[in-house]
Write a protein that binds this ligand. Sequence first.
Ligand SMILES: [Zn+2]
Length: 249
Amino acid sequence: MELLDILNYFVACYFGLMLGNFATSFYFRIPKNIPLLGFNYFTSTPPHCSYCNHLLKLKEFAPIIGYWLCKGRCNYCGAKIDANYFVIEVFALFLSLFCYFHFYFLDWYLIFILFGISSLIISMLFSKLQKIDMKFMLFILFLGIIYSTLINLTIYNWVFKASISSVIATFLMHARYKYHFSSKYYDICKILFTALIWFDLNSMIPYALFILANYALLRRYNFSFSKHVHNYSYFIMFLFSIINHLVVV
Ligand SMILES: [Zn+2]
């Protein structure tokens, strides 16, 4: 390994830690509609505990080690810190190293690290709140559009899929109104429409069959395993797409 290569791994580590740390504030703020930019003089505060509002020292909010040093609890009020913060930060670090190893710092690095982190967060929120967060979903669609354009070197691929999806969505809206479908069916449609933008048919068919079969199992037998798989559909979409990218592209 050359010196430059070692240096790049350090940069990848640093990017992963920073992105992971940044992503935890998205995870916390977006579902609660708290503004993301701390530039507003009146609303911005330094890092603080979200329960007791006590300001935190650098070692208490530092990525990964902060959670470990505080043993998962706030040092001032003892409130339990959501373990998902820790999971997001560790995942972002390893994903950054993995992506650098395979893609160097090319476009794929940025696309897959952002897709990985946002798919993990949308899945955690789906699991916690039982609804798909629209802002994260739009972000994943946006990344899918960039990915599809880079892969196919034309925008017609995703424009075609998006127009077919919007026609189907119109029919589904009517059907939902007429037959009083539950919002759960809508969640499945959102997941499949997002996957359609990301995937070509070779990955779309197995992914859709997997998601639908799992959902049928969940409805019929209510397995807790199927429930987790259903909640983590977006994360599984990410795994499918990165494996597909490494093997096929
Ligand atoms: Zn506290």
